[in-house]
Design a protein around this ligand. Structure first.
Ligand SMILES: Nc1ncnc2c1ncn2[C@@H]1O[C@H](COP(=O)(O)OP(=O)(O)OP(=O)(O)O)[C@@H](O)[C@H]1O
Length: 284
């Protein structure tokens, strides 16, 4: 379980706290989406869950953040990295720079943990198959497209099998097929007990794949609940979060009297079909 209690953080020389007295509980083995306006502090929250804040970032920190009962701030950065894998927003920065091929890059973290060679090779093959990286294994990590680099950055974190995986906009450079691949891998990992936290602007994806969604605004978690409850919340756009296209269409339909005002707005296609079928049935 991830538990943040009264967490506040102000970057060095910043005029205000980016995170202000923030509380958040995330159950183990779930997939949780974090949403919020640009600049709301989502990346800062991701770094806090991973222990990078305060361990590797100057500034003013308060409160307590724990993962599986351990306060990461009380240990070392490498202990924190073993507990929480963080896939950062820019995959280029995540490439070690110490290895010549994607295969070696994927094995890099395992080498540092002295994982036996045969197990290392098995895990490289497994993650490469999962994320369709086989054709890239002998290429230089720097000779990849942005999307390919993003998949390698994700794979190099997934291969470490951390109990918690935090991903900061992991599909920002991926096409729909790559995006689906990543979300399928995340679902499989969470089925296996991994806790996944994902920062993502595409609310359709969060609706499909998350157990819960938390909204960050004004340095606080202002709403946390099921995707259905959060994405249908009338305050969503005022928090700078985009509703799904289905919800937008349903809202227009409601304004034109095609859906009753008391009915919760649908979020996904299946809910919409049900909402409009019921409506048609009631009207006939
Ligand atoms: N290293 C830093 N030093 C000083 N201020 C920072 C630093 N990183 C972020 N900030 C500030 O903290 C605030 C939150 O930034 P953060 O990147 O966490 O937001 P975000 O919600 O992830 O934004 P986006 O959706 O645009 O990625 C912003 O005002 C930003 O300018």
């Amino acid at each position: 379980m991830i538990e943040l209690s009264g967490v506040g953080f102000a970057y060095e020389d910043a005029e205000r706290f980016t995170l202000a007295n923030l509380d958040l509980r995330i159950d183990a083995g779930t997939v949780t989406g974090i949403v919020g306006a640009s600049g709301a502090g989502k990346t800062t929250l991701a770094k806090t869950i991973a222990g990078f804040i305060p361990l590797n970032e100057g500034g003013t920190y308060r409160g307590a953040a724990s993962v599986a009962g351990r306060v990461l701030a009380e240990g070392t950065l490498s202990e924190a990295a073993a507990a929480v894998g963080l896939v950062t927003q820019n995959p280029f920065n995540q490439i070690s720079g110490a290895r010549f091929t994607v295969r070696e890059e994927l094995a890099f973290g395992l080498e540092n943990r002295s994982v036996p060679r045969d197990e290392m090779e098995r895990r490289v093959d497994e993650v490469a198959a999962r994320l369709r990286l086989e054709p890239l294994l002998d290429r230089s990590p720097y000779a990849l497209s942005g999307g390919q680099m993003q998949l390698v950055a994700i794979a190099s974190m997934v291969i470490m099998q951390p109990p918690v995986l935090v991903m900061d906009e992991p599909t920002s450079q991926l096409d729909p097929a790559g995006t689906r691949l990543v979300y399928d891998v995340l679902s499989t990992l969470s089925d296996g007990g991994t806790t996944v936290v994902i920062i993502e602007h595409k609310t359709e994806l969060l609706h499909e794949h998350c157990d819960s969604i938390a909204v960050l605004a004004g340095g606080l978690i202002v709403q946390h609940g099921t995707p259905g409850a959060v994405l249908a919340d009338d305050r969503l756009t005022s928090w700078g979060v985009g509703e799904t296209r289905v919800t937008t269409a349903a809202r227009l339909a409601r304004e034109r009297g095609l859906l009753p005002v008391e009915r919760a707005l649908p979020i996904g296609v299946d809910d919409a079909v049900e909402a409009f079928s019921t409506q048609t049935g009631a009207a006939s």
